[in-house]
Design a binder for this molecule. Structure first.
Ligand code: NAI
Length: 325
């Protein structure tokens, strides 16, 4: 059956890197035909039309139609996957409250439109920043959708961590298992090498402690800024790639003996307050994310997880105060 996939911010740079991969079958698998729904703000509809023309010109065998709209109620109608990419970026001099308020004006109405019009099996991935809190805003506007269907993307951070460690040890990324990003998709995130394994042995024991603490963690956490510095624009193709990875694993399951990272609503595991959309080590089974249980958290990791979760709690409290959730 054809699956409708809605992408917001479809005319933006991540949208451009994402739509062709969805249409080629990489999001859901090579057996699933897709219909694309592109949501944009009115001034960007023309650019979205241009992208749609290019999609047509690829003659993708799995692409069964493209819709373009500036109305969330239409764009999410019947959607089974929603990739919420378009967001209000922070501009110079903007306070956090203004940023959250502006994004509340986007993710609140989109959450409501998903609630009212999406298919029963809707799965939502929020990419637009601040992703974890935007996901919380959308979720709270969609009381009829099971809460766990709202997730935020930390898969790019996860992939960055895999790549940094693989380069350090001179191994292929496929040798690394059980990488985890904990917390917020922000500079406070904690990429954890104490549970990651390389060739079946604990990763933290194969690198110097100083490298782990002073190079690896900040390099992964600040990679987004380093990309902007080098490229003059923020990560786009790698962000699109991570969105593909996240949804593909969610729908098709994670490989046996491994896990991945995704920001999902906390059930209270690892001391993360219930309801907060925080990144955890997760597996996907039968189309559902499950938090990997029973990991021992040492004092070093505890401190870092707590710091990132504290930031998420502050963001949650701020959007509550603004009446956005
Ligand atoms: P962009 O500025 O190139 O594109 C954003 C698009 O969203 C624009 O075309 C804009 O017209 C559209 N848009 C704005 N408001 C909208 C609304 N209400 N409905 C529909 N569309 C709307 O930005 P880019 O580079 O594509 O990034 C998008 C977001 O992804 C940003 O918030 C960025 O910070 C975030 N991001 C998140 C990452 C993650 O790992 N979670 C990684 C990289 C970027």
């Amino acid at each position: 059956m054809t699956v409708k996939v809605t992408v917001t911010g479809a005319a933006g740079q991540i949208g451009y890197a994402l739509l062709f991969r969805i249409a080629s079958g990489q999001l859901l698998g090579a057996d699933t035909p897709v219909k694309l729904s592109l949501l944009e703000i009115t001034p960007a509809l023309k650019a979205a039309e241009g992208t749609a023309m290019e999609l047509d010109d690829c003659a993708f065998p799995l692409l069964r139609g493209i819709e373009i709209s500036d109305d969330p109620n239409k764009a999410f109608d019947g959607a089974s996957v929603a990739l919420l990419v378009g967001a209000r970026p922070r501009t110079a001099g903007m306070e956090r409250g203004d940023l959250l308020q502006a994004n509340g004006g986007i993710f609140g109405p989109q959450g409501k439109a998903i609630n009212d019009h999406a298919a029963d099996d809707i799965r939502v991935l929020v990419v637009g920043n601040p992703a974890n809190t935007n996901a919380l805003i959308a979720q709270s506007a969609a009381p009829d959708v099971p809460a766990e269907r709202f997730t935020a993307m930390t898969r790019l951070d996860h992939n960055r961590a895999l790549s940094q460690l693989a380069t350090k040890l001179g191994v292929p990324v496929t040798d690394i298992k059980k990488m985890t990003i904990w917390g917020n998709h922000s500079a406070t995130q904690y990429p954890d090498l104490y549970h990651a394994e390389v060739g079946g042995k604990v990763a933290a024991e194969q690198v110097e402690e100083a490298w782990l603490r002073d190079t690896f963690i900040p390099t992964v956490a600040k990679r987004g800024a380093a990309i902007i510095e080098a490229r003059g624009a923020s990560s786009a193709a790698s962000a699109a790639n991570a969105a593909i990875d996240h949804v593909y694993d969610w729908v098709n399951g994670t490989p046996e003996g491994d896990w991945t990272s995704a920001a999902i609503p906390s059930d209270g595991s690892y001391g993360v307050p219930e309801g907060i959309i925080s990144s955890f080590p997760v597996v996907s089974k039968d189309g559902k994310w499950e938090i990997v249980q029973g990991l021992e958290i040492d004092a070093f990791s505890r401190e870092r997880i707590d710091a990132s979760v504290r930031e998420l709690v502050e963001e949650r409290d701020a959007v509550k105060e603004l009446g956005l959730i």
